[in-house]
Design a protein around this ligand. Structure first.
Ligand SMILES: Nc1ncnc2c1ncn2[C@@H]1O[C@H](COP(=O)(O)OP(=O)(O)O)[C@@H](O)[C@H]1O
Ligand SMILES: [Mg+2]
Length: 379
């Protein structure tokens, strides 16, 4: 059973539409699919169950302690949608769960225990997350071994992704639970140069940890969602249909590669700082044949400089170049361990995409780049 969280703390980036349409296309390919709605707003539930307004048992009861005897299991709340597709509905009461369970031992493992009880009934469990990283999202991350991160190509998407990767790394470090993360670019409008630049940036930074499929902006997708149906039941003559079908194909292709699936692992280096290593030689900043490419998104900045121990922390002559709001500088560096910071309009800050940091002797944190021979020559 593949367990996939559709997660991003940002709202409106396409989590629910992705959960619904990916589930529907996988079901069409004869996979048995359960969509678990973990968002108290219940949009996925509304999008699949036409009678969702009628009272029924929901994920709230699965999470509620002492809800009754016997306690409510995941199997008790599951509702059939159509052939091969079931949904575990949510409702607004779910929003009270983090407070209700505060301080309770094991409160982060409720969903993984619930999902273990339906192991074997499904080929895929897709979980639609709420737009935050509270207890409900944490339950989801612990219950899933894969994550799809829908990202609209906006100012904040790359920064948000850095934060999410950090959460997932904390989880890996504290619980030894590893999740294969892949970003999915959604709401893409190829007409804007900015969207193109962000897409390039996402691909460069993620170094393979993204879907090749890009979900384009499609009015029909939004219309289908508002009618409570997956796109395949609304219109087949639109880019939304083509794109979500392509996504499902990509997900199915991964079935074969599952065994050697890439994992996000935590590698501790000598100083105890953590570095991300997906085993493929990727790094933030990106190492290119021309040198190390430092990048930071700062669309409103007038001037951005790069300071590090490799240039004696001097700002003179270390200006970065802007392109569509993304600032770049390529620096030739031999393999080694470097500390650096960006200076955005005079304000020093660390690299939002790099989770490896160390306290700076001058206050705040420096970003750390470790480039060994292997990464340095990976190009
Ligand atoms: N590719 C797309 N094209 C057009 N509209 C979209 C697309 N993806 C999402 N939307 C619309 O954007 C809004 C937010 O999408 P949704 O899936 O609900 O995001 P989230 O669950 O992340 O909050 C919805 O109104 C949805 O219909
Ligand atoms: Mg949603």
């Amino acid at each position: 059973m593949r367990t996939i969280a559709v997660v991003n703390q940002k709202g409106g980036c396409g989590k629910t539409i992705t959960s619904i349409n990916l589930s529907a296309f996988l079901a069409r390919e004869q996979r048995r699919v359960l969509l678990v709605d973990m968002d108290p707003q219940g949009h996925a539930t509304l999008g699949l169950l036409t009678d969702a307004a009628q009272p029924s048992r929901t994920m709230y009861e699965v999470f509620l302690p002492d809800a009754g005897r016997p306690p409510t299991g995941l199997g008790d709340v599951i509702r059939p949608v159509r052939e091969n597709l079931d949904v575990a509905p949510s409702d607004i009461l779910l929003s009270a769960i983090p407070e209700t369970l505060a301080g309770r031992v094991g409160r982060e493992d409720i969903l993984s225990e619930a999902m273990a009880s339906v192991e074997g009934r499904y080929d895929y469990v897709i979980v639609d997350c709420p737009p935050n990283v509270g207890l409900l999202t944490f339950n989801t991350l612990k219950a899933c071994s894969e994550a799809i991160v829908p990202m609209d190509p906006s100012f904040f998407s790359l920064h948000g992704l850095g934060k999410l990767l950090e959460t997932i790394e904390v989880l890996a470090k504290e619980t030894d639970h590893h999740i294969a993360v892949r970003a999915l670019v959604t709401l893409y409008s190829g007409r804007s140069a900015f969207a193109k630049a962000v897409l390039d940036e996402i691909r460069r930074h993620l170094d393979g940890r993204h879907f090749e499929t890009v979900i384009r902006y499609s009015v029909k997708l939004a219309e289908a969602a508002s009618h409570g149906v997956p796109i395949a039941h609304y219109s087949r003559d639109c880019v939304g249909f083509d794109d979500y079908r392509a996504l499902a194909v990509e997900v199915l292709q991964q079935e074969a590669a599952m065994r050697q699936r890439e994992r996000v692992t935590i590698k501790r280096n000598a100083t105890g700082a953590s570095a991300r290593d997906d085993g493929a030689g990727s790094s933030v900043p990106a190492v290119t044949p021309e040198g190390v490419m430092f990048t930071i998104e700062a669309p409103d900045a007038e001037r951005v400089q790069l300071a590090g121990d490799f240039n004696n922390w001097t700002l003179d002559g270390n200006d970065m170049e802007a392109m569509d709001g993304v600032w770049k500088k390529v620096v030739k560096l031999p393999p080694g361990r470097y500390r650096y910071r960006y200076v955005v309009d005079g304000r020093w800050q660390n690299d939002p995409l790099n989770t490896t940091v160390e306290p700076s002797p001058y206050g705040g944190e420096d970003s750390v780049l470790v480039m060994d021979e292997r990464v340095a020559t990976a190009g």
